[in-house]
Design a protein around this ligand. Sequence first.
Ligand code: ZN
Length: 349
Amino acid sequence: MLRLYNTLTRQKEEFKPITLGEIRMYVCGPTVYNYIHIGNARSAIAFDTIRRYFEYRGYKVDYVSNFTDVDDKIINAAHETGEEPLDLAQRFIDAFMADTKAIGIEPATVNPRASQMIPDIIDFIQVLIDKGYAYASDGDVYFRARKAKNYGALANKNIDELEQGASQHVADAETARKEDPIDFALWKGAKPGEIRWDAPFGPGRPGWHIECSVMSTKLLGDTIDIHGGGQDLEFPHHQNEIAQSEAKTGKTFVNYWMHNGFVTVGEDDEKMSKSLGNFVTVHDIIRTVDPMVLRFFMATTQYRKPIRYTEANLAAAATDLEHLRTRAPTWFSVRTELAKVPQSRLLPR
Ligand SMILES: [Zn+2]
């Protein structure tokens, strides 16, 4: 029996796939405006490892992971470099593919891109408007969070706590366009000179959350087995994905939610992130460190726990990996023998 920790229920549960022998899995991918740092790589490595384990057990895994190629950060970065936003995004998609290949990540079954799903995103938003879950306001479209069932459950929060948090923010122009401060954007009306697509609710571009709901339901079905991502995505991103998808389909969106822990830096264990500027990119690190050492380093800590990145910890991982390669031939031969077992025999019955 296979058990998974489900973030939504906060316990380990017996894993039961929707279809015997098959797994439909969606993992949120990067916003492509820079090279990925090793915090992003941890997510890619964690879910690649989980996927490979399922494949090893004989499951057929459909693995979808998106590229957010339309976003404020991309528009701003393109403005700085003088490139078109989609050209800049393509450059960092190419870099992502090269970096993840170097650390042994199996390519996804599909890597959908926001810019290539616009008609589906518009149709999805229109259904939410028609069902009364969303409203147009001054060129934008927002989702009525209070209409969603159990909004906040994934982050273990109730809606009044969230409401209080949202109303403490300084009211900006966007808040003024919302019926309620906890509502979130599905569509952002185009500002002058910005990349835009025509839609019945006005020219603009999708908000961030909607693309994952559209891609997951379109490519994998209304209900999927596993949805993964970093812990920072639990709220609001994944909560909003649940709200949008279940409002549209009336079905459970995801059966098992899985979240990996952060890579931390320094004595205070500060989360590695682009916005804090404390990051090391995979692109840079693999010039001097064997990419398999980086991968092995990630495997030294359980995937939900934080892992502290220091040069000393990385060096220790290099030594341990070397020991494993040279002094543990038995372990490798066990693995080789297991790989010969017909996959069907490894499936749970
Ligand atoms: Zn997502």
